[in-house]
Design a binder for this molecule. Structure first.
Ligand code: AMP
Length: 397
């Protein structure tokens, strides 16, 4: 059961909100991508409008359980205030007397930010006493930190046990979970997953989990070559995991017996070295000469993928279909983004999730042309693998 903050009135409550303010910063502590901060504004507004107060908890970077000034929230405090368009209070010791004192004096409408929770060993250890101390600061708990939901840490999971009747998902968490459900459980058919990236080994759990949930599976990127070689093709010097050939064959057989259509690239842009300036040639995917490696999908593949995507009503995209970091081999991934954008315009639902494809979508202006871009890399990948996230089970159990 979803426990949404939308169904609750926080008037007079002090609400502990776990957010993911683990934002990237440059060497001068300028926030370079504020998406994760912006994403929790609806949740904060709801609580404050109800007449509640907010105690924000987050981690920043990897200080590994001890105080490290370079990971202090003081470095980005005023930037966070500007992004939220709200003033905040701050407490340096997240679980000391000052935190108890400041939170007890917190008035409706006020926001108190606790210092980086990863300054304390108890956070990542999921220590119950640390969680209890945090819990004592508020009277409700809201988890809106999707980016950390795959961690069983004190503030993301353990703390929830102290709020058996007042623990909730924030709006961002709810949106992320609904997006995954929409694709994997209740997506309008045909449902198509596009998986790319370098290796079969890192994506195999996802493949196994989604095979029973999709109608079409498009496989691109480096991992396609393990499948092509398993079917007997010559992939030249392309990346191949030779110890995964049997696994690749069994995936293909499995898909066949359950009626899932698998689409591999038909052709590739082959290069004579792993270099943006390499000599290139467009060749059939199963006839790549020795000394050459496939670094992007070719024209016929792009057209095939486009047709499958345009015929789909629900689309999941994870991973680039070429070495998109080099301009010479980014065109296939770009074409894929365009296909998904067009399908979305035609009414399909599209979710982009997990690491590189999210970065690609943002860098190339596709962010507003797809239905939803996930804010959580690892959490999204584990969700696609079919794992129930500790941050989620702590709320619903
Ligand atoms: P992943 O982190 O598994 O999603 O993989 C992303 C990486 O896969 C990116 O850095 C791409 O450059 C890489 N990649 C995509 N296609 C290929 C390819 N054909 N050969 C080698 N690497 C690739």
């Amino acid at each position: 059961m979803m426990k949404s903050i939308g169904e609750y009135n926080f008037s007079g409550k002090k609400v502990l909100v776990r957010v993911d303010f683990n934002v990237p910063v440059d060497k001068d502590f300028n926030i370079t991508d504020s998406t994760r901060i912006e994403a929790v504004i609806p949740t904060l507004n709801k609580i404050l409008r109800d007449g509640g107060s907010v105690i924000l908890m987050s981690h920043l970077g990897r200080p590994k359980g001890s105080v490290d000034p370079s990971f202090s929230f003081t470095n980005i405090f005023s930037q966070i205030e500007n992004i939220l368009e709200k003033k905040m209070l701050f407490v340096r010791d997240a679980v000391g007397n000052a935190a108890v004192d400041q939170s007890s004096r917190l008035k409706p409408g006020e926001i108190l930010l606790l210092e980086n929770l990863r300054f304390y060993k108890g956070e990542e250890e999921g220590n119950v006493d640390f969680a209890r101390k945090l819990a004592s600061l508020g009277d409700s708990y809201v988890n809106d930190a999707f980016g950390t939901a795959h961690r069983a840490h004190a503030s993301t999971s353990v703390i929830a046990r102290f709020f058996p009747n007042s623990k909730f998902f924030g709006f961002l968490m709810e949106k992320e979970l609904k997006a995954i459900d929409k694709v994997l459980l209740s997506g309008e058919k045909p449902v198509t997953a596009v998986l790319g990236g370098s290796k079969v080994s890192t994506k195999i759990t996802i493949i196994k989990n989604i095979l029973s949930k999709v109608d079409n599976l498009i496989i691109g990127g480096g991992m396609a070559f393990t499948f092509v070689k398993a079917k007997g093709g010559n992939v030249g010097d392309s990346v191949v995991e030779n110890d995964k050939l049997d696994l690749a064959l069994s995936v293909l057989n499995n898909a066949k017996s359950t009626g899932v259509k698998v689409f591999l690239p038909l052709d590739v842009i082959a290069a004579d070295s792993f270099d943006n300036k390499a000599n290139t040639e467009e060749v059939a995917v199963d006839k790549i000469p020795l000394g050459w490696q496939g670094l992007d999908v070719g024209m016929r593949s792009r057209q095939l993928f486009d047709k499958v995507i345009m015929d789909s009503k629900t689309i999941l995209w994870n991973g680039p279909v070429g070495v998109f970091e080099m301009s010479a081999f980014s065109k296939g991934t770009f074409a894929l983004g365009e296909s998904i954008a067009r399908a979305t315009e035609n009414g399909a639902y599209s979710l982009v999730g997990g690491g590189d494809s999210v970065a690609f979508v943002k860098q190339n202006g596709f962010e507003n042309k797809v239905s939803y871009v996930s804010t959580g890399g690892g959490a999204m990948l584990e969700s696609l693998e079919g794992i129930e996230l500790p941050g989620v089970s702590a709320i619903i159990r």
